[in-house]
Design a protein around this ligand. Structure first.
Ligand SMILES: Cc1ncc(COP(=O)(O)O)c(C=O)c1O
Length: 380
């Protein structure tokens, strides 16, 4: 690579040429089962017919009129987003980190006079300065300390008792993705929700990776015991095109006048595609399918009996295996055999299949995982 991407992301050493459903092909014609899907953004897999049609229709219309103008397409998307939280309002932006920034600013403006912002150890919320403050990994945060606001990080189990009447907001992921695929226990989530309710602190559920059906339901918060005031979405919301959204209960209030904004946020092009994607999730049975995909994958991996696998964790189509060797080496070895995955910390390999993953994709993936991990360690 001739830009800085290699040092930021670690080069994969292949170039992706095309994709269909749950598979992609590199420029040499090699085929891969895609359980990476652009960091989970290609939630519907590749070449989804409905989304392609929405893109063509969007291309024929106005692409971006500016949020000061009324726009039936953006309003439809905002209404669909609001329905996720029982009649809410939405700020539409362009990425996950921006959705988190919006939630931060909204929280601070809704809770004047309070000071504390809380998040979880191992949590990941993005890399812009506000989002970075919430992200736990000191390796990401430390070099930029002077740019970021103060956030207190607690073990999820210690969070509920740390919330008080000086707390503005508490940020939680229903399943920690980047931090190693750790689902939040419903008991812990319920205690956090209760503590927020009692103290008046705002609960923000970061559903950027878990949401939109990936974890077997439209939102993962309820099964993690969370009753959020604000949810943050991005990744699959427009099937892989850049978008993010902060959605909150309208009873909370709104940003101060001119208190936030975005040039591209909610432009007609992206709003049309996202509305089509959201309708697919809300009106079909994709969430149920995600649950089945996850179960098939986890039970297939379990059946391998590989000694190199210490634990299998996950919910729906967000899964991780904790292994005894470095995850980056395993990710590379899996790729060489035709399975794309990603690391979630030093010892966890993460699998993010899409709704398009077929039973054949899953069994081939399991076979490849078995080839790579049992060869290295011998079977149990
Ligand atoms: C839980 C979570 N929050 C926030 C982000 C940041 O999203 P983006 O990369 O779109 O800024 C991510 C990205 O991986 C994420 O997984």
């Amino acid at each position: 690579m001739s830009d800085s991407l290699s040092s930021l992301y670690g080069g994969r050493g292949i170039s992706i040429a095309s994709g269909r459903g749950g598979r992609i092909w590199d420029s040499e014609g090699r085929e891969y089962v895609d359980f990476f899907n652009g960091h989970g953004a290609s939630l519907f897999g590749h070449g989804n017919q409905v989304l392609r049609r929405a893109v063509y229709e969007a291309a024929d219309g106005v692409w971006s009129s500016g949020a000061g103008f009324e726009s039936p397409v953006r309003e439809e998307l905002a209404r669909l987003l609001g329905s996720l939280i029982g009649g809410g309002m939405a700020f539409i932006c362009n990425s996950g980190a921006e959705a988190i920034e919006a939630a931060l600013k909204l929280s601070v403006s809704l809770r004047p006079g309070r000071h504390r912002i809380l998040a979880c150890r191992r949590g990941f919320h993005g890399r812009t300065c506000g989002a970075l403050a919430l992200t736990f990994n000191p390796k990401y945060r430390n070099p930029f300390k002077r740019l970021i606001p103060e956030v207190e990080h607690f073990e999820p189990d210690a969070l509920a008792q740390s919330i008080d009447e000086d707390t503005i907001a508490v940020f939680v992921e229903p399943v920690q993705g980047e931090g190693g695929v750790y689902p939040l226990s419903p008991k812990t989530g319920a205690a956090i929700s209760e503590s927020c309710r009692e103290s008046g602190a705002l609960l923000i559920s970061d559903e950027i990776q878990t949401g939109l059906g990936r974890c077997g339901a439209v939102l993962a918060s309820p099964s993690a015991g969370l009753d959020p005031d604000i949810i943050c979405l991005a990744k699959g919301l427009a099937g892989g095109l850049p978008i993010g959204a902060a959605v909150w209960k309208s009873t909370l209030g709104d940003f101060p006048s001119h208190g936030h904004g975005s040039t591209y946020g909610g432009g007609e092009f992206i709003a049309r595609v996202a509305a089509a994607a959201l309708k697919l999730i809300l009106e079909g049975d994709l969430s149920r399918r995600a649950g089945e995909i996850g179960e098939e994958l986890r039970s297939g991996i379990e059946g391998l009996g590989a000694r190199a696998i210490k634990e299998i964790r996950g919910m729906g189509m967000l899964n991780g295996i904790e292994i005894t060797s470095p995850s980056v080496d395993a990710v590379k070895a899996l790729q060489r055999k035709g399975l794309l995955s990603l690391a979630a910390g030093p010892r966890v390999v993460r699998f993010l299949p899409s709704f398009a993953a077929s039973p054949e994709d899953i069994s081939l993936a399991v076979q490849i995982i078995g080839d790579v991990l049992t060869r290295e360690s011998g079977a149990r």
